[in-house]
Ligand binder design. Structure first.
Ligand SMILES: C[S@@+](CC[C@H](N)C(=O)[O-])C[C@H]1O[C@@H](n2cnc3c(N)ncnc32)[C@H](O)[C@@H]1O
Length: 299
């Protein structure tokens, strides 16, 4: 048997079969030791009547869904910054709304299920580090943090002319060309394969396990929704963090990008959305993808 490398003071060039036990025994990790929570770990079947549907009410309560019944949550929450669907909530009220939704998410995820939240930080006077608040909130709920992806928004970003003070140290302003995708697990990091099927290719795995992703943003005008993410974003997360036929939740479904990615990757979806107009839009956008999925099943 090959000897693995160990974490050394100056790192190691050999990362394969790496023995990091010394590191995880360090004082830094003492308070973070994960003790499994006392809840049922048994998966419950997902109710057929809600499979591949977007449900028309607030995701603060997902009473249609039993505990432990789905495998991956992907979402981009409303930012409460005066898009047409945003309520004018205080920061505390807004974070309370998100907390209710993510607590429900925790309940409906299976043991080992994952949650991925796409979020941008807001404002400048002062800067609101929403991604930090949400990471902290998820830890309070009981999620384990897996990591953080920086979405570098490619050529479509950085057009803002809000320089602050032009070419002067007086008050230069950072122009964000990135967003975050925060990634968590419920109860345990690993979700064993058992008889399930992976669909990720070698090249996708090599590229998408890197913590910086470059993707162009989606055009709001083209989609007909004020804040869609590109279908590529949920597609990558689905390929990386779920198995074929898993059920993917988006509690803020908007124009249905997560649903499209789920169907394209041979998964199922369930969504919540407050605005019936966006549910109709999502269903129209989904149609060609559903047809394609059905015809490839029949072929
Ligand atoms: C940032 S958008 C999501 C966009 C989506 N990722 C896409 O690609 O189209 C947030 C969506 O959440 C919806 N929403 C806001 N509050 C909600 C709530 N409490 N429950 C369910 N949906 C809500 C809004 O109507 C909006 O369509």
């Amino acid at each position: 048997m090959k000897k693995g490398s160990r974490t050394r003071s100056f790192g190691s060039s050999q990362r394969i079969n790496h023995d990091a036990s010394g590191y995880y025994e360090s004082k830094l990790y003492q308070d973070l030791k994960h003790t499994p929570q006392a809840y049922s770990q048994a998966d419950l079947p997902f109710p057929n009547s809600y499979l591949d549907k977007t449900i028309h009410h607030s995701s603060e309560k997902m009473s249609e869904l039993p505990d432990n019944c789905l495998h991956l949550m992907i979402t981009s929450p409303p930012y409460n910054v005066s898009k047409t669907y945003d309520l004018d909530l205080s920061l505390a009220e807004y974070l309370d709304l998100l907390k209710s939704v993510f607590q429900e998410t925790y309940r409906v995820l299976t043991h080992g299920g994952r949650a991925c939240i796409n979020v941008a930080n807001l404002g400048r006077k002062p800067y609101i580090p929403l991604s930090d608040y949400i990471s902290q909130m998820m830890l309070e709920i009981g999620f384990l943090m897996r990591g953080e992806i920086i979405w570098q928004k490619g050529a479509g970003a950085g057009g803002s002319m809000a320089w602050g003070s032009w070419q002067s140290a007086s008050n230069p302003v950072l122009r964000d060309t990135h967003e975050y995708i925060l990634v968590f697990s419920k109860g345990t990091f690993a979700r064993k394969k058992q008889d399930r099927e992976n669909t990720i290719t070698k090249d996708q795995f090599m590229e998408w396990t890197k913590s910086v992703w470059t993707m162009n943003p989606e055009s709001a005008r083209k989609v007909g929704h004020p804040a869609p993410f590109p279908i590529e974003l949920p597609f990558r997360l689905i390929q990386l963090y779920s198995y074929k036929n898993d059920v993917i939740l988006d509690p803020f479904m908007g124009s249905g990008s997560t649903a499209i990615a789920a169907i394209t990757a041979n998964r199922h979806y369930v969504g919540y959305e407050l605005d019936q107009h966006y549910i109709d839009l999502a269903n129209i956008r989904l149609e060609p993808y559903l047809l394609k999925a059905t015809s490839s099943l029949l072929a």
